[in-house]
Design a protein around this ligand. Structure first.
Ligand code: NDP
Length: 275
């Protein structure tokens, strides 16, 4: 089984992003990303740390803003709008504020994580502008490793707005034939066994077993499950090793690509806004 490592994919993306940032800096534009969150969630803090690390290397400024409670979140988004080229609201959101309300508060031209209904609509129409970075990372990884997509049967397990749904839209755009599965899907294993490409994004450690996939299938694991032994994916890595043709490992797969693509989107936003 081939491991689809994210590092070389991220490096290729970052190399191009560096060139674009140099061009912006030459015009005295310094891309700025506002990262907004409520309270302190350990997973969100760790994602912010990775964003800051890469942004610092690339030459992008990151403004971390914290709302003290749910009611302060939307006003904080409106304030951040003044200076930032890109805005990202970290999840989980606290009770008392809805995903839709937050997504709609972000101006579409700064919505680098592609959650505003306008950007979601463009993606659905096959005219993507800003795309949720984990979903985009799924495609970037498949393209980098030259996994054939046209005409391939693909299944995406999980239909969240930030991973499953946009990943299914992107695969459809690449001419794969896509099934979007979720917690109410009947006889999931018969669908996954019929697929050449399986994307799993549900948040349950080891959920996808070896006996659920076709021999030689490519498995992209978006799951991040914190265990006492470290981070584990949604696919059972040992089971995959017996059957799959290729697997994106967790850790070491989508994570680095996701951060690289988020920051690439910040650069696109800065370019558009300063043209
Ligand atoms: P959500 O909780 O928003 O969505 C989970 C999805 O999985 C839902 O659509 C749900 O179905 C589906 N699901 C749950 N149980 C089952 C089941 N038994 N069979 C089939 N489908 C099921 O999660 P996210 O999309 O936000 O995250 C998914 C995973 O991806 C998590 O592990 C998360 O940590 C990770 N993630 C990784 C990122 C990265 O950068 N690599 C970024 C974001 C998330 P239903 O709709 O019916 O409830």
């Amino acid at each position: 089984m081939r491991l689809l490592h994210g590092r070389p994919v991220a490096e290729r993306v970052n190399a191009r992003t560096r060139e674009r940032i140099a061009a912006l800096h030459a015009r005295r534009v310094r891309p700025l990303l506002a990262v907004i969150r409520v309270g302190a969630d350990p997973a969100a803090e760790s994602y912010l740390g990775r964003i800051r690390g890469l942004a610092g290397e690339l030459g992008i400024d990151v403004d971390g803003l914290v709302a003290s409670d749910a009611s302060g979140l939307v006003p904080l988004i409106r304030r951040a709008d003044a200076g930032a080229h890109g805005m990202l609201v970290l999840t989980p959101l606290p009770p008392g504020v809805g995903e839709a309300e937050v997504a709609e508060a972000i101006p579409p031209d700064r919505d680098v994580e592609g959650v505003h209904p306008y950007n979601v609509g463009l993606l659905t129409l096959g005219r993507p502008r800003f795309i949720p970075s984990t979903a985009e990372a799924v495609l970037e990884l498949l393209r980098f490793y030259e996994v054939p997509l046209r005409g391939a049967n693909a299944i995406v397990i999980g239909r969240s707005p930030i991973v499953g749904r946009p990943a299914a839209a992107l695969l459809t755009q690449e001419d794969a034939t896509v099934t979007l599965a979720h917690s109410r899907t009947a006889d999931l294993a018969s669908l996954t066994r019929a697929a050449r490409i399986v994307v799993v994004a549900i948040g349950r450690r080891g959920f996808l077993r070896g006996d659920m996939i076709a021999p030689g299938a490519t498995v992209i694991d978006a799951g991040i499950n914190v265990t006492p032994a470290g981070i584990a994916g949604d696919a059972d890595a040992d089971g995959m090793a017996q059957v799959a043709g290729a697997l994106s490992p967790v850790p070491g797969g989508l994570g680095a690509v996701t951060t690289a693509l988020l920051l690439r989107s910040v650069v696109s936003a800065a370019e558009e806004q300063t043209r």
